[in-house]
Design a protein around this ligand. Structure first.
Ligand code: 5GP
Ligand code: MN
Ligand code: MN
Length: 478
């Protein structure tokens, strides 16, 4: 009601500052996508975020935007610590450092031959998937949680859950150095203990696929993603540990919000000024949970490598292309209102997309820009893009994170009623292994927007550059 979007051009919509909004909202969408966004709660959430103390620039919605807890999924917002800026757990999300990594094999998809079903069976046996699933008593249990939380992926490599070359290809080299295990509750540690190396619930997945279209030959070659290359994509986060950290700090932050007299349009936006000790504690715990997520994806990578070696032989070695975080808050330097400042960028269901030459990028990829991974859905496709100067100038160096949901889980289940989903997936030629039929119903392609539309928008807006498209062959769903 009353939240009119003003068209700026073919892929940008302005949500003019009104009421208690301190800055404008900016939503990226084309004619097709805006119909799924307009009049939804997500637009209200973009406006709500624009009301928070110390928000700078604009409250941004990516084309894959949809409703989330407090902040929209597909939302980006930056806060200035010197202007009373805040940190908000809802702006990071429950699944702290949920993210995606892409691996490549030296094989072509056709080399797989008849091995795909067996490969999927082995992955499904070896790697726990589904809500709350862990390893029980097996090898990944009872690791040194404090070191894991403090050191992230480097620790994983040290204990044999990875290869040293992996580290350079992970955002932050797989470790946020401010991690503070002491700020993580015992309950959170307990929940994470046997979940290192696990997929999690239904939107998370391990997907075998191949490069089926290339838009930038040179960049694709540099990333090892020539047409036909057999790939593996892993999407997961910090599991029960991150969820518990979020829960714990929402309670703390609600108290602080009241105490600081911060008036919120929505309780789910509970937050704390970046200068206060609760904010520091949350940041320390969030970074520890982020390191857990990096280790989680790293441990799964190693499991996938073992399965590939067993089924396809040692020459099927998997190399990490890149690992991105899409639920995180980070201090970064950005140009705001003509002046370079350090701000706390919240990306929730949004991917960092740094431009060519950025010092944070691994040396061998610095000339290209940061790889940006956009999973689509389990039957159509996913994309690999690169970060751009446009993103750096306009979106705090951020891009979309996927297709984004179109239907709620409940709506998706209803849409699946009376259908033979196994037959449909077999018809589409995709080997699916899922923890339940319900997962498959909730995760049908039609539950998501068409990721090609999302990619068209970000490419046209200049906040991402297309490199390659991937097609799924086999999907393990949580
Ligand atoms: P989220 O982190 O928001 O749960 O999911 C990120 C994106 O992953 C979703 O917006 C959706 O586009 C994509 N996605 C979900 N399930 C699958 C899948 O099984 N395969 C692929 N390739 N993408 C998926
Ligand atoms: Mn995710
Ligand atoms: Mn997640």
């Amino acid at each position: 009601e009353g939240l009119e979007l003003e068209r700026l051009d073919s892929c940008r919509w302005r949500l003019p500052r009104q009421g208690r909004m301190q800055v404008d909202g900016l939503i990226f969408a084309n004619d097709a996508l805006i119909e799924d966004i307009r009049d939804t709660e997500a637009v209200r959430q973009v406006a709500n975020v624009a009301c928070l103390p110390g928000v700078v620039g604009r409250s941004i919605g990516m084309p894959d935007i949809h409703w989330g807890f407090g902040f929209p999924i597909g939302g980006v917002a930056a806060f200035d610590p010197d202007q009373g800026g805040v940190i908000s757990p809802g702006g990071v999300g429950y699944d702290i450092n949920c993210g995606v990594r892409l691996l490549r094999t030296p094989l072509q998809a056709e080399d797989l031959g008849a091995h795909l079903p067996r490969l999927m069976d082995r992955l499904f046996e070896r790697i726990p998937a589904g809500m709350g699933r862990g390893y029980g008593d097996t090898l990944l249990r009872n690791r040194d949680m404090r070191r894991l939380l403090r050191e992230g992926a480097a620790w994983a490599v040290e204990v044999g859950l990875g290869e040293p070359e992996d580290l350079a290809r992970i955002e932050d080299r797989g470790c946020l150095p401010g991690a503070d295990p002491e700020a993580v509750s015992d309950r959170a540690i307990q929940r994470g203990r046997d979940q290192v190396g696990t997929v999690g619930s239904g939107n998370h997945f391990i997907e075998i696929g191949c490069v089926d279209d290339v838009y930038d030959e040179a960049a694709a070659r540099r990333l090892g993603l020539e047409a036909g290359t057999l790939t593996v994509m892993i999407h997961s986060g910090s599991r029960g540990l991150g969820h518990q950290v979020c829960d714990d700090f929402l309670v703390t932050m609600e108290r602080i919000t009241g105490r600081n007299g911060i008036e919120l349009p929505d309780r789910q936006l509970a937050c704390a000024p970046l200068s206060c000790s609760a904010a520091r504690d949350y940041l320390g715990a969030m970074q520890a949970a982020a390191n857990f997520a990096y280790v989680n994806r790293q441990a799964m990578t190693q499991q996938v490598r073992r399965v590939f070696a067993e089924v396809l032989g040692e020459e099927a070695h998997l190399e990490l292309v890149y690992d991105v975080s899409h639920n995180i808050a980070k201090f970064e330097r950005h140009r705001v209102d003509g002046e370079e400042r350090e701000v706390c960028v919240h990306r929730k269901g949004a991917t960092r997309a740094f431009p060519p030459g950025h010092p944070e990028l691994p040396e061998d990829l610095r000339g290209l820009g940061q790889p940006v991974l956009l999973p689509g859905d389990m039957t159509r496709y996913s994309y690999v893009l690169l970060g751009t100067q446009g993103a750096y100038a306009e979106t705090f160096g951020s891009c979309a994170h996927g297709a984004g949901r179109r239907l709620s889980r409940r709506q998706a289940k209803r849409a699946a009623e009376g259908r033979d989903l196994d037959a449909e997936l077999a018809e589409a030629g995709i080997e699916v292994r899922a923890s339940s039929r319900q997962t498959v119903a909730e995760e049908l392609a039609e539950a998501y927007k068409d990721v090609s539309d999302v990619v068209d928008v970000v490419a046209h807006a200049g906040i991402g550059r297309r490199v390659a498209r991937l097609r799924p062959l086999g999907v393990l769903k949580g």
